[in-house]
Design a protein around this ligand. Structure first.
Ligand SMILES: C[S@@+](CC[C@H](N)C(=O)[O-])C[C@H]1O[C@@H](n2cnc3c(N)ncnc32)[C@H](O)[C@@H]1O
Length: 311
């Protein structure tokens, strides 16, 4: 963390890795974001899952259901409900770096599915795939919530290529993609009228203060989220409302910001079916199935290892 924060805040466009949003409070704020009327992403993805879960997992009777960045593990409930025996013959493996969120989710899920074998893993999925060795094949790996959109294009390719290299030919991957759409709809989703996304954005400074001895004043930053049409991504920033010098004693470093200078906190890329198919091709996968909603706002895509021979 020290190294990432040091490098990010030393760059010309200051930045922080978005994974640091997710302490216990940040995870709760994210769950609240999901219920905001403007935040169509979760609702739309949930509706697709609800409708298509049976088709998605018809092939999957035993093995490991691995969820990367599982958060509250709400969406997986649709998949579990559609499994024969409500998941009696599989092991559910939620992977998340936020331990309190994972524990809370696991407790709720085992209450609903008492026969489910659950093996939670606290890990950062950007730091290697060793944890996959603890799981049995066949594997159904899910990466939902458009988390994939948080990666820069080059990192996204490395991530998928790395994951692909650890998968067996019989394993499958289902990824949630937020799709390109009208700017007004996208910008509203990241600027909810109750200010929950704003609080979520500022929370990253509270995390840095607590974990690294920083003295950021989160109230001195404004939430700024806009759609960059050329790059097809929402960019979320924290903009300094006055000149300041912040000290982070745990690194140690001092950071100066001018009024209006920003810290880039999150990148949320938007996709098309073509860009998803290209991404699959470039990372040794093939895109085999695609489920979307009637407005084509969100999609779930099934990726198979390209050498699997087809389904
Ligand atoms: C946008 S939320 C999505 C949660 C859930 N998948 C959903 O769709 O509602 C992102 C989740 O991924 C986790 N996360 C973010 N970056 C991560 C990383 N590098 N490694 C592991 N978990 C991560 C966060 O803690 C959070 O629970």
């Amino acid at each position: 963390m020290k190294q990432e924060v040091l490098v990010g805040l030393s760059e010309r466009q200051k930045q922080l890795p978005c994974k640091y949003f997710y302490d216990a409070h940040g995870s709760q704020l994210f769950e609240k974001i999901c219920s905001q009327p403007e935040y169509y992403l979760s609702r739309t993805e949930l509706a697709i899952l609800e409708e298509e879960a049976a088709a998605m997992i018809a092939w999957f009777h035993q093995g490991s259901l691995i969820e990367l960045g599982s958060g509250a593990s709400l969406k997986v409930r649709h998949l579990l409900a559609a499994l024969p025996g409500r998941g009696r013959d599989i092991t559910y493996v939620p992977v998340d770096l936020c331990e309190p969120a994972l524990r809370r989710a696991a407790l709720a899920l085992t209450g609903l599915y008492p026969e489910l074998a659950l093996h939670g893993i606290i890990a950062d999925y950007t730091e290697g795939w060793k944890f996959l060795e603890e799981t049995a094949s066949p594997r159904l790996i899910t990466f939902l919530g458009s988390n994939i959109g948080n990666f820069r294009p080059d990192i996204c390719k490395d991530f998928l290529t790395g994951l692909r290299s650890r998968m067996n030919p019989i394993d499958r991957l289902i990824v949630g993609f937020d799709l390109v759409k009208e700017k007004s709809v996208l910008e509203a989703a990241y600027n909810d009228s109750h200010g929950v996304t704003e609080a979520f954005n500022r929370n990253i400074l509270t995390v840095i203060n607590r974990e690294l001895g920083g003295d950021f004043d989160p109230a001195a930053f404004e939430h700024d989220a806009f759609y960059n049409e050329a790059a097809q991504q929402i960019e979320m920033h924290l903009s300094a409302s006055r000149p300041m010098t912040v000290s982070i004693t745990g690194i140690p470093m001092r950071v100066s910001l001018a009024t209006g200078e920003t810290i880039f906190t999150e990148n949320c890329r938007k996709f098309t079916r073509e860009s998803v198919a290209d991404l699959a091709r470039q990372t040794a996968f093939k895109l085999v199935r695609w489920w979307s909603d009637s407005r084509q706002w969100f999609a779930l895509a099934e990726f198979l290892p390209a050498d699997n021979g087809g389904c």
